[in-house]
Design a protein around this ligand. Structure first.
Ligand code: F0G
Length: 459
């Protein structure tokens, strides 16, 4: 017999999970104003809210924490991180930050001015938030194929070069400080960008005289997809692919809570030393001195080790295969899921799942709430709540895709947990026709509303 696939690690420490009853969950959810972000974590059995900062660190990462250097300036942990970033991405200058959005805040304070235009592939919400907060505009140039949830395209994170060139041609280039490429593209389903596309975007940036920024939170999963899907890369190592990917970027922002497998941390890295010096001022102002930027020395040491582990093929294979395992299960139960499966999460097509709920009643949120009630599984809405209001008209923005994301923390759950999640969702799918109404907003914040929004049932 052919030997089956199995995880590339074993478990050394465990955490107890508690199951609850549907009655308990109904009460907790009402008390949380039907916002899953407001639930206490002990009210959740399997937490697929996010893969951000929720991964399990390795024994080597924990031991790196013990030898972290907590010096205010020039700590050896900082130099370890600097060397790791140079080795993996090729950038000599970097600034640590406490997480990804802090990296955006520091860098965009230097680069983004009112009325600027930032083209990219389905900007992540904090990225878009930091652009719009500065009265600039994010223009989505993702390929059209990405908006067809069942179309099988290997690189649905790709940028449509015609759309991008149109933006570059029709606007004064001084208004376009950079193009942003998100690897993998979270907002369109954890979908990868091909190396060819990265190269083409770089060429267009050079042709028109602007720069390229990679939003790199899931860069290693992106590299795995390049190795397994793009011709010519099958025999390259993940690290060789990563180095080539980043040769087409001028700078990167990183949320280390994803593909550096740490619970907190981030950074900015760049080629331009002048830009580094300008950004250093804001790093000191917002984050901390340039050799720690909101991170403890031990966190920088664990992060450096995490970056090395995340760029090992065996780790990535285990990771991406677990996500696909859940995707296959759901597909077999008839649940409409986005395909191909993403690198960090399975996305359920909520419009197809609940066709009778009007879009004004938050289709994907209605589904995420029901998944929690059915099995204590916490997912997240990637739909109208997340898309927020248009900053000028204040009208709701209705995205083409209404999705529920089941994001899988790194090295945390077993495939038995995935089986449980799949049956939870399949049960809801069985009784989907009993759904009549969705939800209405009672209170919302002016920006990034989904984190704190309060909802009530429409009866
Ligand atoms: N960019 C991408 C592509 C992200 O997915 C995130 C965070 C960020 C930037 C911001 O990083 O959280 O460290 O400040 N995504 C999380 C998620 C929150 O659940 O997908 P952060």
């Amino acid at each position: 017999m052919e030997l089956p696939f199995a995880e590339s690690y074993k478990i050394k420490m465990v955490e107890t999970l508690r199951r609850s009853s549907r009655e308990e969950r109904e009460k907790w959810l009402k008390d949380s104003c039907y916002n899953l972000f407001k639930l206490r974590s002990e009210y959740v059995y399997i937490d697929l809210l996010t893969d951000s900062g929720t991964g399990a660190m390795s024994d080597k990462q924990w031991s790196a924490m013990m030898v972290g250097d907590e010096s205010y300036a020039g700590a050896s942990s900082y130099h370890l991180m600097k060397d790791t970033i140079k080795k993996l991405f090729g950038f000599a200058d970097f600034l640590p930050t406490h997480q990804g959005r802090a990296a955006e805040n520091v860098l965009f304070t230097v680069l983004v001015k009112p009325e600027n235009i930032i083209p990219g592939n389905s900007h992540f919400d904090t990225t878009k938030g930091h652009i719009e907060f500065r009265k600039a505009h994010a223009v989505d140039c993702t390929i059209d194929e990405a908006f067809n949830p069942t179309l099988n395209h290997p690189f649905k994170g790709n940028i449509n070069l015609n759309k991008l060139e149109k933006v570059l041609k029709e606007n004064p280039i001084e208004k376009i400080p950079f193009i942003i490429v998100t690897l993998t593209c979270n907002s369109s389903g954890g979908q990868p960008v091909s190396l060819q596309n990265l190269k083409d975007v770089h060429m267009l940036a050079r042709k028109y005289g602007t720069r390229v920024l990679f939003d790199s939170a899931r860069f290693a999963e992106n590299a795995y997809f390049i190795k397994t899907r793009e011709k010519g890369y099958e025999n390259k190592t993940i690290r060789e692919i990563v180095l080539e990917m980043f040769s087409y970027a001028d700078m990167m922002t990183m949320s280390s809570k994803k593909d550096a497998i740490v619970n907190i941390g981030g950074f900015i890295a760049m080629r331009d030393h002048d830009l580094f010096q300008q950004a250093s001022v804001y790093n000191i102002l917002f984050e901390g001195y340039i050799t720690y930027g909101g991170m403890a020395g031990r966190d920088m040491s664990a992060l450096s080790q995490g970056l090395m582990e995340a760029t090992e093929f065996d780790y990535l294979e285990t990771r991406v295969k677990q996500v696909a395992y859940l995707g296959e299960k759901l597909k077999n139960y008839g649940v409409p899921v986005l395909e191909p499966f993403g690198g960090h999460a399975i996305f359920i097509d909520a419009k197809k799942f609940l066709p009778t709920i009007p879009k004004e009643e938050f289709i994907a949120q209605t589904l995420a709430i029901e998944i929690y009630l059915e099995g204590g599984v916490r997912a997240v809405e990637i739909g109208t709540l997340l898309a927020d209001r248009d900053p000028e008209t204040r009208e709701n923005r209705f995205p083409e895709l209404e999705m529920v994301r089941l994001a899988i923390p790194r090295r945390v759950y077993t495939n038995n947990h995935m089986d449980y999640v799949a049956v939870t969702v399949a049960n809801v799918y069985q009784y989907r026709n009993t759904f009549k109404n969705g939800f209405k907003i009672i209170r919302e914040a002016p920006i990034l509303r989904h984190f704190t929004v309060e909802l009530d049932k429409i009866c």
